[in-house]
Write a protein of this length. Structure first.
Length: 189
């Protein structure tokens, strides 16, 4: 879709001038209207309004809001400055990371077709189970992290920390007197 002769080429490259194009302005305006719509529905219905797709949409709107914020910060910098260019690239990176979510949101419009409606239910269950998997994976990673910290701590207490260039006397990379103090504070006699 993004090529030198494509019609969407303006959306596939960073704007060199750093100003907001018509397409980007319409995107941010529609995002603001969708955020207001979601907030209004949540205000009227309450917490029972929250579902998977509402949370998905709010994550999408958050990415787009961050992109808009960085674009506004970039507009506050003088033209042709490095800060303006960096903020524009950062804004574009957030906008690009939101694009899969924008395309996934279009699946909601296919919900009325029987095949796609059934597949969306399967997709929703699969995404929720993936979230549970990553939460459990995070717990396992925390266990490994605690183990690595304990191994590092025992090496500090034994005074056995080596680097490629030689012996390091402290895991905190400080002076040897500090490492002795660290050993006396954290290592059991």
């Amino acid at each position: 879709m993004c090529g030198p002769r494509s019609r969407t080429n303006r959306l596939c490259v960073v704007n060199a001038r750093g100003d907001i194009d018509v397409e980007e302005g319409v995107l941010y305006l529609l995002t603001l209207s969708f955020i207001a719509d979601e907030f209004g529905k949540f205000w009227k219905v309450g917490r029972l309004y929250l579902s998977f797709w509402n949370v998905f949409n709010m994550a999408l709107y958050s990415l787009l809001t961050i992109s808009f914020s960085f674009r506004m910060i970039a507009l506050g910098h003088p033209p042709d400055s490095d800060a303006k260019r960096d903020y524009n690239i950062l804004s574009y990176n957030f906008l690009a990371s939101a694009s899969p979510m924008i395309w996934s949101r279009m699946l909601l419009y296919l919900d009325s077709i029987r095949f796609f409606g059934a597949m969306l239910v399967v997709l929703k269950v699969m995404m929720l189970e993936s979230l549970i998997f990553f939460a459990l994976l995070f717990v396992v990673i925390l266990g490994f992290l605690q183990g690595f910290v304990a191994v590092s701590h025992s090496d500090v207490c034994a005074g056995r920390i080596w680097a490629d260039w030689g012996y390091i006397d402290s895991w905190a990379w400080t002076m040897p007197t500090t490492s002795r103090r660290t050993r006396t504070l954290f290592c059991q006699p």
